[in-house]
Ligand binder design. Structure first.
Ligand SMILES: [Zn+2]
Length: 277
């Protein structure tokens, strides 16, 4: 019998001091979201994980436990910010059931399919979200399949759900992450996309008349059907949240073969979009 390792979910060292600097006056969901967004931004800036953060607050708006995304840091696909914050909060409270208190989970991005399952199980009474799933998917993260009315499923359990709180600011952390060359850590077999904002590829959009600046984003899109379907998927994903998409070109393509069969058509797309007019 193998000797399996014990698993420790350890927050980066800087978080304690960072969160202490914010204690005290977080009376509104918006104020609490500000802390969560800056936590996500700091996680990117320090290179300690993905562009996501979440915090469990008590009824007085005090931090019970923070969480940042530790997927790449501890090699666990389950270590999303929400699950990290909930796990630590439960350790702080000394119970797997947070429903004995009045706790709120504030997360910089709405929960993925996995976290959507974990949140009501934790016993928190309310959920506050910043960016939407579409915002996260626009840079290539896979949110998984959720019920269309996922908020309704939580409300049906008696939870309060607030979404798109400081959405723009929380989404700006994704751009920081893309610029830093952060890893997009999805399973690549489900037609997911990965995008990297190549800050060095600024090109003039039209030249002369206006001052529009186009930028190029690289997207890897895939489909089990065809290259065309993969291109459509990538363009659809890009236009969903990027404003001013002007065009795209295929910069490379390949097929994935398993057991002699093509199982995936993958394209490397360069999408141009206007940054500002
Ligand atoms: Zn998640």
């Amino acid at each position: 019998m193998a000797d399996w390792p014990a698993v420790t979910w350890q927050l980066p060292d800087w978080i304690t001091g960072f969160v202490q600097g914010w204690q005290g006056a977080l009376e509104t969901p918006g104020q609490r979201m500000e802390l969560v967004i800056e936590l996500a931004r700091e996680n990117v800036r320090r290179g300690t994980g993905g562009p996501f953060a979440a915090v469990v607050f008590d009824a007085n708006g005090q931090v019970v436990a923070p969480g940042v995304n530790l997927v790449t840091a501890i090699n666990s696909s389950a270590a999303h910010a929400e699950v990290v914050a909930l796990t630590l909060a439960q350790a702080v409270v000394g119970s797997f059931d947070l429903s004995t208190g009045d706790y709120e989970l504030v997360t910089s991005t709405e929960p993925c399919a996995m976290c959507l399952g974990a949140i009501p199980w934790s016993g928190v009474r309310s959920l506050v979200c910043g960016s939407t799933a579409a915002d996260a998917e626009a840079i290539g993260f896979d949110e998984g399949s959720k019920p269309e009315d996922w908020k309704g499923t939580l409300r049906a359990r008696g939870m309060t759900v607030l979404t798109e709180v400081s959405r723009k600011r929380s989404t700006s952390v994704f751009a920081d992450y893309a610029r830093s060359g952060g890893v997009i850590y999805n399973p690549q077999s489900q037609g997911s996309t990965a995008a990297t904002d190549r800050g060095d590829q600024e090109i003039p959009a039209t030249g002369g008349k206006n001052m529009a600046v186009a930028r190029v984003t690289e997207i890897i899109a895939s489909s089990p059907k065809s290259f065309e379907a993969a291109i459509n998927k990538g363009v659809k994903r890009a236009t969903k949240t990027l404003k001013g998409v002007r065009g795209a070109w295929v910069d490379g393509q390949k097929v994935i073969i398993k057991n002699g069969q093509i199982v995936e058509y993958r394209v490397n797309l360069k999408v141009t979009f206007v940054l500002k007019d």
